[in-house]
Design a binder for this molecule. Structure first.
Ligand SMILES: CC(C)(COP(=O)(O)OP(=O)(O)OC[C@H]1O[C@@H](n2cnc3c(N)ncnc32)[C@H](O)[C@@H]1OP(=O)(O)O)[C@@H](O)C(=O)NCCC(=O)NCCS
Length: 182
């Protein structure tokens, strides 16, 4: 198992994962029409969404402001030719990411959840961060997302605080963690 750069050789497996309802971080589950469009021109999707050196997820806040984009590297967790999940490493924090988005986003395809892959993928991502000379990573997870914050805690995440989003009505709670890079 390894983290690798998104590549057309995983196309079939990635499309199958999208059909299962795969998403990472705060992305939305793709509709059938969106999946068909991605499958029709996978190279275009690779170039415009997966290999861009910054976060391309449109992020509209409830108060009408857009989150600023940040430098980001996408990695795919794969085993053989099988796509298992996606790990996004944001190499710089801006005010918004410092508040809640953090340095890291991830998702495991539904058929492969609860097998330890988020925990494993996160440990591999720490190595990628170390190679880029990053000293520590901020990761936030909804308090209700037990699998996500457990994976962070299993990678030595230290809980900093629990927050809500002031711009969101009835905001859920988020747990903010730091992981020191050894
Ligand atoms: C959150 C997510 C990444 C977890 O991935 P995963 O591969 O299932 O996680 P792991 O198998 O490494 O599990 C880590 C721990 O959490 C537990 N866990 C996982 N999912 C759980 C769930 N839904 N409810 C309760 N515990 C859960 C596991 O049992 C394990 O704990 P244990 O070792 O004490 O048994 C996955 O559910 C997912 O992709 N969700 C949608 C996207 C998302 O929420 N991304 C994170 C945004 S911060």
């Amino acid at each position: 198992m390894e983290l690798t750069t998104p590549n057309i050789k995983y196309q079939d497996s990635y499309i199958a994962a999208l059909k299962e309802g795969f998403y990472a971080g705060s992305q939305a589950i793709k509709t059938e029409a969106e999946i068909a469009e991605i499958a029709a021109d996978f190279n275009k999707y690779l170039a415009t969404k997966l290999l861009k050196p910054y976060d391309t997820t449109p992020r509209l806040r409830d108060d009408g402001k857009y989150y600023p984009n940040a430098p980001q590297i996408k990695f795919w967790l794969v085993e053989g030719n099988k796509f298992i999940g996606e790990f996004n490493l944001r190499t710089e924090l801006n005010d918004f990411l410092m508040y809640v988005g953090g340095n890291v986003g991830y998702g495991i395809r539904p058929s492969e959840r609860r097998k330890g892959y988020a925990t494993k993928g996160l440990s591999l991502l720490l190595e990628e961060a170390r190679q880029r000379n990053m000293k520590r990573l901020l990761i936030a997870a909804k308090s209700s997302n037990i699998g996500s914050w457990k994976a962070i805690e299993k990678n030595s995440g230290r809980l900093e605080n629990i927050i809500t989003l002031p711009w969101k009505k009835d905001s859920e709670e988020y747990k903010r963690y730091w992981i020191e890079i050894k």
